[in-house]
Ligand binder design. Sequence first.
Ligand code: NCD
Length: 308
Amino acid sequence: MKNLISITDLTREDIYKLVELAEDIIAHPKDYQEICHGKKLATLFFEPSTRTRLSFEAAMLELGGSVLGFSEAASSSAAKGESVSDTIRTVGCYADIIAMRHPKEGAPVAAAVKSTVPLINAGDGGHFHPTQTLTDLLTIYREKGRFRDLTIGLCGDLKFGRTVHSLIEAMMRYENVNFVLIAPEELRLPDYMKEKMKQANASFRETRRLEDVIADLDILYMTRVQRERFFNEEDYIRLKDTYILDAEKMRLAREDLAVLHPLPRVNEIAVEVDDDPRAAYFRQVKNGKYIRMALLLTMLGLSKEVRA
Ligand code: NCD
């Protein structure tokens, strides 16, 4: 795999190998601490981020490599009008691999055409976010021990939430996965995603009320209403607190529910839920670093060098 633009660039076998490698890194971190010595990762973030950028950087540092990059478009030559293609060609002269986040859907595809080094999409507008999905998949695997036979509720902003789109694309390839799409009318999953689900014969239903379905779920994937993608602030204000997962709602859920959230959270999960053992979202943050370590090793062709 030269580039990772969409989660569907990876087969189920590729994903399984990445998950296995991440598990090995978690079990034997010392064996991996020098393996990327001399390698450089560039993180080019044209949009804000905490976890994605820092977990990529922490991942490379823990592998013994180095990092360079920028965390906002304003501090790069994009502010002078440089094209993404030219930025990518330039950075390819300095780095061995690039992780890029951009507000425009499709920007990573255009960038990858010009890139001389492997490129990873770290989120493109309301489109896709494959490395968050790898994080989500490792979390699902560690929490539930399987990818099949699961009922997964996706709740909140299913329209603009790129992590939701990528997670659906990944999970609909496994047997007997049932999706429950929980959203207000205005933030329902886009038709192009529903078409993909229909074509894959994925089982899904749509509802507005979390309380009505929470008892059926193995996994509840909460999301933030994506303020930056709204056309007007009034709509955001009206919709932002549609769902708030609190202790009372958690009482309706199963004992073995796992609550995931890509974070950042705004109001959609009450802080009181953090102490519930079913809250997996901070464990998910940790998993994000390990799966990115596995991804960097694999894309740099170094995954076979340890524990062969
Ligand atoms: C997500 C993103 O950037 O799409 N965050 C992340 O990468 N962990 C979700 C979000 O911003 O709501």
